[in-house]
Design a protein around this ligand. Structure first.
Ligand SMILES: Nc1nc(=O)c2c([nH]1)NC[C@@H]1CN(c3ccc(C(=O)N[C@@H](CCC(=O)O)C(=O)O)cc3)C=[N+]21
Length: 285
């Protein structure tokens, strides 16, 4: 038996149509295109792809994208000044800072310069704190997209056992909190978890966000479980794979997201939803 494929491209297409209509309406109200500023420091390959796809998506939906590419050698003060400037700019509705930052730069200092109302990735301590308290405001796009896939495919979360592999501020942790918010019983696994397979085999939903290709193998998956793969590992040959051994997992799981074509395309549209939300909230629309 082969798993149901959770088709992120198809879902993204539906969500794009909804977002386009909302953006068209916003353009009339504010008399300009809702604008995202994307800041990338250095050239992490997954981030570069993401920025490129954000730019394309903005163009096709009628939003504006200001891409700000800074060299990997940018110092803390320059990066903070850039973010301060964007925070204060009335014509910028949302800010997206690509992670990870190059070594030597501190995210903390930067987040203090980011106004929470423009925080399209929900990583400002205010937004992260609201999510932790069960009062989500702007939530991180990648895990929000994973939840949207579960919702649109009618996969029950309430009362289920769920495991999240990875504890990053932008994917793993918020995914665990969103699953909790949806009434799952959640276990967070990470690089120091002994016997990952033993934990995962108890779970009906597995969300992989470790950034390690092939970490999760078929024998770790309970037959029929739902597997959401957030991995965007770019291999030496330029191809992209997830954290799950897809070929094996697809034979065991009940439903699974492919990489590419799973969580990635949905992430991009969730970003547009956050832009719409941020613009409306900040301008009191
Ligand atoms: N602050 C921040 N937020 C992020 O959400 C964030 C980030 N930094 N840094 C980089 C990673 C990477 N990431 C991707 C999102 C979508 C695709 C995507 O759309 N992938 C498509 C196609 C990819 C391709 O083949 O080029 C797919 O999966 O089908 C990829 C990668 C978001 N990230």
């Amino acid at each position: 038996m082969s798993a149901q494929i959770l088709d992120g491209r198809a879902l993204a297409q539906e969500l794009r149509a909804e977002a386009a209509a909302q953006i068209a309406e916003l353009r009339m109200r504010i008399d300009r295109a809702p604008t995202i500023a994307v800041v990338q420091v250095g050239d992490d390959p997954a981030a570069t792809r993401y920025v490129r796809s954000i730019d394309r998506l903005c163009q096709s939906l009628g939003a504006a994208c200001r891409a700000i590419a800074l060299p990997a050698t940018t110092d803390q003060a320059d990066l903070e000044a850039t973010v301060s400037h964007l925070s204060a700019d009335d014509r910028v509705d949302g800010i997206l800072l690509q992670l990870p930052l190059p070594a030597g730069l501190s995210l903390d200092g930067v987040l203090h310069r980011l106004v929470p109302e423009k925080d399209l990735d929900g990583i400002h301590p205010i937004n992260a704190g609201l999510l932790a308290q069960g009062r989500p405001a702007l939530t991180p796009n990648t895990p929000a997209g994973g939840m949207e896939l579960l919702r649109r495919y009618g996969i029950e979360v309430r009362g289920k056992r769920a495991a999240v592999v990875g504890r990053s501020a932008i994917v793993g942790r918020p995914m665990a909190l969103l699953l909790l918010q949806a009434d799952a019983t959640v276990t967070i696994c990470h690089s120091r978890t002994p016997d990952l397979g033993a934990v995962l085999r108890e779970c009906d939903i597995i969300a992989a966000a470790a950034g390690r290709p092939g970490l999760i193998t078929a024998e770790m998956i309970k037959p029929g479980a739902t597997v959401i793969d957030f991995g965007t590992n770019v291999l030496a040959d330029g191809s992209m794979v997830g954290d799950v051994d897809y070929a094996g997992a697809v034979e065991v799981a009940g439903a699974i997201t492919p990489v590419p074509g799973g969580t990635g395309p949905v992430t991009n549209v969730m970003l547009m939803q956050n832009l719409i939300k941020a613009t409306r909230t900040r301008l009191g629309i």
